[in-house]
Design a protein around this ligand. Structure first.
Ligand SMILES: CC(C)(COP(=O)(O)OP(=O)(O)OC[C@H]1O[C@@H](n2cnc3c(N)ncnc32)[C@H](O)[C@@H]1OP(=O)(O)O)[C@@H](O)C(=O)NCCC(=O)NCCS
Length: 204
């Protein structure tokens, strides 16, 4: 998906080149995806000539661990913003951010590092999205809402204006968050109710 966003930018004339994928699954070595080769495992990253990387893994904890590890070793990160996404004025995007087709990020929103904004989601005005979060397809974060580090907002879920969702939470698909949600919980339904704890991110 993320490679697809970059390829779409290249097709539109941006001076980018995809060097290849790194993947720790040995059965993928030498295979090609979207015409781009798997060049090795993540530990080979220094050996591959490149300017910047992006961690294209959906699971937030795994993506965060790999991103933090590479960042500590000095890696630089590129953003993959699909050309059919709309970024409003005074938007701040971190690094290593993937933004899908049809995404709208509105005035003054602040999006952290290593975030995935999936297809057709809406990040309203002055919303804050913490690093390593994943906003699912079609989800809506209304104005001045906030989503904490590492949180997954499921497909089609909505966070009402000004509501805060904590760190490392999961908001179920289709939920509507009408009140702020504490750190490290799963909440589902309309209105969203906390149903259980989820493990907070282990220190890396
Ligand atoms: C909420 C969620 C995390 C639960 O996953 P899970 O822990 O594996 O739970 P299960 O699928 O085993 O379902 C457990 C129960 O919750 C219910 N449930 C599952 N998802 C639900 C949702 N989104 N809203 C309300 N109830 C839900 C199930 O029907 C089941 O109910 P039951 O116990 O009465 O039969 C998951 O269903 C979900 O919504 N994930 C979001 C994924 C997503 O949108 N990702 C976006 C990136 S592609």
């Amino acid at each position: 998906m993320v490679a697809g966003y970059l390829l779409e930018n290249i097709r539109q004339g941006q001076p980018l080149q995809l060097a290849g994928f790194l993947d720790d699954n040995p059965s993928l070595m030498g295979r090609h995806f979207l015409g781009t080769p798997v060049l090795g495992t993540i530990s080979d990253w220094r050996a591959v000539e490149h300017d910047a990387a992006i961690v294209a893994i959906g699971e937030n904890r795994v993506r965060a661990r790999i991103f933090d590890d590479l960042a500590r070793r000095g890696e630089r990160f590129v953003n993959a913003v699909h050309p059919a996404a709309v970024l409003g004025p005074e938007v701040t995007l971190g690094c290593g951010v993937a933004v899908g087709a049809g995404v709208v990020v509105s005035l003054g929103a602040v999006v952290g590092d290593n975030v995935i904004l999936s297809t057709n989601c809406t990040v309203g005005h002055h919303v804050q999205v913490g690093s390593h979060a994943h906003i699912g397809p079609g989800a809506v974060l209304a104005g001045r809402a906030a989503v904490g580090e590492g949180t997954l907002v499921g497909a089609g879920a909505a966070v009402n204006p000004g509501c805060h969702v904590g760190r490392w939470c999961v908001i179920g698909a289709g939920a509507v968050v009408t009140e702020s949600i504490p750190d490290g919980v799963l909440a589902v339904g309309v209105p969203a109710q906390v149903v259980r704890q989820v493990e907070l991110k282990a220190e890396v």
